[in-house]
Design a protein around this ligand. Structure first.
Ligand code: NAI
Length: 246
């Protein structure tokens, strides 16, 4: 077995997931980029990794589908023989006011942002248990802590993800697996670029550091949490939000 660590990053081809994939590859890990549909984008991120001298591969999968994730696990183990790190990053928003939100909006967000993390963790943790070592980082959101108008589905999913993180941290600690959540505030990605200018202005006025965050800043925090230096940190939710929530 190679001594290089292997990381799986869901939604790893763009935004925060892309930045995490690049950081992990840059630090010498092999990175499995899990993407849902945009192969070109995933391939582009892989090319960036390779241009920087890193190693990775792309795996098409929908995190809400058990079969898909089983195939990813099989593929990664066949290729590299181990899984050390899981980053549950895939997420979506379907914003609507409560009285306009239909069941589909609710289910889609809960399935992707919460159940997706459960499926991936459920299928991947067993390989970490065998190795008696592992790092899991869930990308939650400050919205899971404070709620937000028009985001009852997303707030519930991310709050659920925080609870899930703590339960998993307790359960998996005896195998030396740490499980933490990162809760970003407003980060400039495709997810947030679509918001109205007025909404953005309003957010900005509430951020003490006076600017939106960068995907790379979130990636650096994730890199720390998977490192040896973070070996005694588990079950935590670490906000990265320019001081929005304190
Ligand atoms: P993004 O929309 O650029 O990236 C999300 C990624 O998840 C995409 O690559 C998408 O294809 C993937 N994805 C969605 N559904 C999937 C599925 N069923 N299976 C596999 N992949 C799937 O958004 P961004 O901003 O990079 O978000 C990444 C994570 O960070 C999400 O969990 C999001 O909720 C969280 N977050 C983002 C914040 C922001 O301000 N951008 C703030 C707080 C949290």
């Amino acid at each position: 077995m190679s001594d290089k660590q292997v990381a799986i990053v869901t939604g790893g081809s763009r935004g925060i997931g892309r930045a995490i994939s690049l950081e992990l590859a840059n630090s010498g890990r092999r990175v499995a980029i899990v993407y849902k549909s945009n192969k070109e984008k995933a391939f582009g991120t892989l090319k960036e990794i390779e241009n920087l001298g890193g190693e990775g591969d792309i795996f098409q999968a929908d995190v809400t589908k058990w079969k898909d994730i089983e195939e990813v696990v099989k593929g990664v183990l066949t290729k590299w023989g181990r899984i050390d790190i899981l980053i549950n990053n895939a997420g979506i928003t379907r914003d609507k006011l409560l009285l306009k939100m239909d069941e589909e909006d609710w289910d889609e967000v809960l399935d992707t942002d919460l159940k997706g993390a459960f499926i991936c963790t459920r299928l991947i943790a067993r390989h970490m248990i065998k190795n008696k070592d592992g790092r899991i980082v869930n990308i939650a959101s400050v919205i899971g802590e404070i709620g937000n108008i028009g985001q009852s589905n997303y707030s519930a999913a991310k709050a659920g993800l925080i609870g899930f993180t703590k339960a998993c941290a307790r359960e998996l600690s005896r195998w030396n697996i740490t499980v933490n959540a990162v809760a970003p505030g407003y980060i400039d990605t495709e997810m947030t670029r679509v918001l109205d200018e007025d909404v953005k202005k309003e957010y900005l006025s509430r951020i003490p550091l006076g600017r939106f965050g960068k995907a790379e800043e979130v990636a650096k925090l994730v890199l720390f949490l998977v490192s040896e230096d973070a070996s005694y940190i588990t079950g935590q939710v670490i906000n990265i939000d320019g001081g929005l929530v304190m």
